[in-house]
Design a protein around this ligand. Structure first.
Ligand code: ADP
Ligand code: MG
Length: 318
């Protein structure tokens, strides 16, 4: 008789939609994959812990969806094409309803991006989900954090700040917002910018995905590149929901420091500026300069003072 653990894996996680590079998927001690000639393997792993990365009682579909989305976002930021992933799942109990919802969310996003689940590990304990995703990128063409140069444009995809507003709603820190359902969806089911990342190869000089807020992630890119940036807040592409919720006076601090948007933040050399026009849903927000650090210019003039730059698990309480 198959063990309950084996049955669980069979029922919820075994699919036969392996990537062309997969020689052997779920079922043996390891999966086997072939890296095509001329390609490099992009590797990333992220853990989501209940109560830390998502509020208790988040819908299982959304947990499965987001656990993969955050990894796909890392692949996107490097310009890689998603290829396959593994899943390490720690569960308090064998709950068929939870598992059905979780695996549905996971497979929904996996199917959309045609990334194959090729293995994993299943254990009992406090709810925690770890996904390792691998992507493929033409050798030497990956987008790195360190390529920004003075004079490059700074651009961002989507409308940053929405997930942060969604989190305030989810945590009950805010009771109303314009288009609250949309804002919650931005938090719970982010859209990793996989197609954009691949299009940015040969265009962007540096790229990072915005998981911890624009201020913090721009800071990482600037530090890696050894440059600074001037950002015009008037150019920040805020959503209608975000603007209307703040009725004319946007919460800049929230827009810059809230995480979870999973948009791409990237730089483009002036010679490549024309290529930007062909990219949908991308906005230039500033320019790279030689002076270190990020300066956020307020629409009414003057510089913005940030309250807190992004989330850090190991920062001690103030
Ligand atoms: P082992 O003890 O050799 O590590 P397991 O019994 O943990 O193997 O897993 C059996 C097979 O099922 C392996 O191929 C493993 O990759 C796969 N697997 C286990 N858990 C998961 C999961 N949550 N999702 C996908 N595949 C899984
Ligand atoms: Mg084994």
């Amino acid at each position: 008789m198959p063990s309950p653990e084996f049955e669980l894996i069979q029922r919820y996680f075994s699919r036969h939609d392996a990537a062309p590079e997969i020689v052997l998927g779920i079922g043996d001690d390891c999966a086997l994959a072939r890296v095509p000639a001329g390609m490099e393997l992009a590797m990333t792993v992220d853990t989501m812990v209940e109560g830390v990365h998502f509020p208790r009682h988040t819908a299982p579909f959304d947990i499965g969806y987001k656990a993969l989305a955050v990894n796909l976002s890392d692949l996107a930021s490097m310009g890689a094409r998603p290829a396959w992933f593994t899943l390490a799942l720690t569960l308090p109990r064998n709950d068929p309803d939870w598992l059905a919802g979780f695996s549905e969310g996971l497979h929904a996003l996996a199917g959309e991006h045609r990334i194959a689940l090729v293995g994993g590990d299943t254990t009992r304990g406090p709810l925690s989900i770890t996904i390792q995703a691998h992507g493929l990128v033409p050798a030497g063409e990956a987008l790195l954090r360190r390529g920004a140069r003075a004079g490059d444009l700074v651009a961002v995809s989507g409308t940053p700040g929405d997930a942060g507003l969604g989190l305030q709603l989810a945590l009950g820190q805010r009771t109303t917002a314009v288009n609250a359902d949309y804002l919650r969806a931005r938090l719970d089911r982010p859209s990793p910018r996989v197609a954009l990342g691949q299009r940015l190869r040969g265009i962007a000089s540096a790229c990072i995905d915005v998981s911890d807020g624009i201020a913090a992630d721009l800071g990482h890119l600037l530090e890696a590149s050894g440059v600074g940036a001037d950002i015009e807040l008037a150019r920040l592409p805020l959503s209608e929901a975000f603007r209307q919720t703040f009725a004319g006076s946007p919460d800049w601090n929230l827009a810059l420091t809230a995480g979870d948007d999973f948009e791409l933040l990237f730089t483009v050399p002036p010679a490549r500026e024309a290529d930007l026009a062909a990219l949908a849903d991308v906005t230039v927000i500033g320019r790279i300069g030689a002076d270190q650090g990020a300066r956020f210019h307020l629409p009414q003039g003057g510089l913005m003072q940030l309250e807190q730059a992004g989330y850090d698990h190991f920062r001690s309480a103030p």
